[in-house]
Write a protein that binds this ligand. Structure first.
Ligand SMILES: Nc1nc2c(c(=O)[nH]1)N[C@H]1C(S)=C(S)[C@@H](COP(=O)(O)O)O[C@H]1N2
Ligand SMILES: [Mo]
Length: 438
């Protein structure tokens, strides 16, 4: 099996041969420009097979995306061209150009498993129960899926789900964990009921703080007393009308890998709060303390730290809303394009709990930006589509960068956001390579 390489890995693995791509030190790559020596520029152009018209704007230390990308796909049943990052447990991401659909099909939704998915007996599905309990639950109840479907009002919403570690591969020093590039994001349509309605039916006490899940997957160690993951959200997030218990995705029963027969969706937050194969909802009177909720999991330093810093658990804060981000889904990175023809480009943008208000693209390494047309979300917490048209001034190697700005004015960073020990929340601009030819 081939593994996908991040943009920082070539340097980490072989600093000597990659050094001529890296004329300056790794730090502050976003601020210094045009520091390429003549020899590195020549070497880069040779490797790319063309000139770099906007080389004078290239941030020092930037590895051209065309050189950092590898093409390796491992077939996974029911999945169309996803890149497998780990096969036990199975974890796979979707290359950006396969995320072009407005509604992500099941075949193109990334898979993130912390444990071993349960094998579910279809014939026993009517016996599947979800227990609602916990210190702050007034009257604990167990519901079958049929009861949930008949007792509560169903709704269908398109909701984004992004893994907290999406983009991890670009951090340096590298963080342990799945080396996601850009593909741990998707936005399918989910059908189910509001978590708030179920919680209201059981009643929640005034001292309720957190709503957490437990699931039927197995710990990697095989120890049946251990859960692979059990996370949650503060009560206010659980009560949002978009927080749902869902049984269908894109009009079909949930696929086995995505949580059949029932999962939680709390969109806009790290995907890890959206528990699959749901067996239990806990209304807690304290911050939930299940596996992957404590320590350094899904947490970032409360205050920014220098790359490589060890941070004490007490100084780590739980990730809530995901940051503003975007991808270019058309064209595929690496294409050749004829000079003189404009190039139609498009993609999606999202911003955790917020909406996206602007999308800009650049073909000169972020020196200048052009505003794209950005659609409104179909509903709150759905990604937004954007499109634009690009004109290239001369032949050569270009990168198209996309940068979204959320409703609060926060923008994606051009190269990398703040480093953190577990490599979460990389919302750097997505970059694709285009070779313009005469
Ligand atoms: N029970 C259970 N739920 C889970 C997980 C898991 O390992 N087990 N992984 C979480 C993480 S980290 C993510 S990013 C999303 C991924 O959902 P998907 O595999 O359907 O894309 O599911 C979340 N829910
Ligand atoms: Mo995740």
């Amino acid at each position: 099996m081939k593994h996908k390489q991040g943009i920082r890995q070539p340097y980490a693995q072989n600093p000597v041969t990659t050094d001529h791509w890296l004329p300056g030190p790794e730090a502050n790559t976003t601020t210094r420009r045009g520091f390429l020596s003549k020899s590195s520029l020549i070497a880069m152009s040779v490797a790319l097979g063309t000139t770099i018209p906007f080389a004078k704007f290239m941030p020092a230390g930037l590895i051209p995306i065309a050189l950092a990308e590898t093409d390796s796909a491992l077939e996974q049943a029911g999945k169309d061209g996803l890149i497998v990052l780990n096969d036990r447990p199975i974890n796979a991401e979707t290359p950006a150009h396969l995320l072009d659909d407005k509604i992500t099909p099941a075949t193109r939704l990334f898979v993130r498993n912390n444990g071993i998915p349960p094998v579910i007996d279809q014939t026993a599905i009517h016996q599947w129960k979800v227990d609602i309990e916990g210190e702050s639950c007034v009257s604990p109840k167990a519901y079958s899926i049929d009861e949930l479907k008949t007792k509560f009002e169903a709704q269908t919403l398109q909701l984004q789900m992004e893994c907290g570690g999406n983009g991890r591969s670009e951090y340096y020093p590298p963080a342990k964990g799945n080396q996601w590039t850009n593909g741990a994001i998707g936005c399918p349509e989910w059908t189910g009921i509001r978590l708030a309605d179920v919680l209201a039916d059981c009643g929640i006490k005034d001292d309720a703080v957190y709503v957490a899940y437990e699931s039927a997957d197995k710990h990697l160690s095989g120890d049946p007393t251990k859960l692979p993951i059990s996370r949650g959200v503060p009560v206010h997030k659980a009560m949002e009308s978009e927080s749902m218990l869902v049984w269908a995705m894109n009009g079909e029963p949930l696929p086995a890998l995505h949580g059949y027969p029932l999962r939680l969706i709390c969109a806009g937050w790290p995907g890890s709060v959206s528990g699959k194969w749901l067996t239990k909802i806990l209304v807690r009177n304290q911050l939930h303390d299940g596996p992957k909720m404590t320590g350094q999991s899904y947490r970032i330093p409360c205050k920014p730290v220098a790359p490589g810093t060890a941070v004490a658990d007490d100084d780590m804060c739980i990730i809530e809303s995901m940051p503003v981000k975007s991808i270019v889904t058309f064209p595929k990175s690496g294409i050749s394009h004829n000079l003189g023809e404009s190039l139609a480009i498009r993609g999606h943008a999202w911003a955790g709990d917020q909406s996206v208000s602007e999308l800009h693209t650049s073909i000169d390494f972020g020196a200048t930006w052009q505003t794209a047309i950005l659609d409104k979300p179909v509903n709150r917490l759905a990604w937004q589509h954007w499109h634009s048209s690009i004109h290239f001034p001369e032949p050569g190697y270009y990168e198209i960068w996309a940068r979204a700005v959320d409703q609060n004015g926060s923008s994606q960073p051009m190269v990398l956001p703040g480093w953190n020990p577990r490599g979460y929340l990389n919302n750097a601009c997505h970059r694709i390579a285009v070779k313009v030819m005469v």
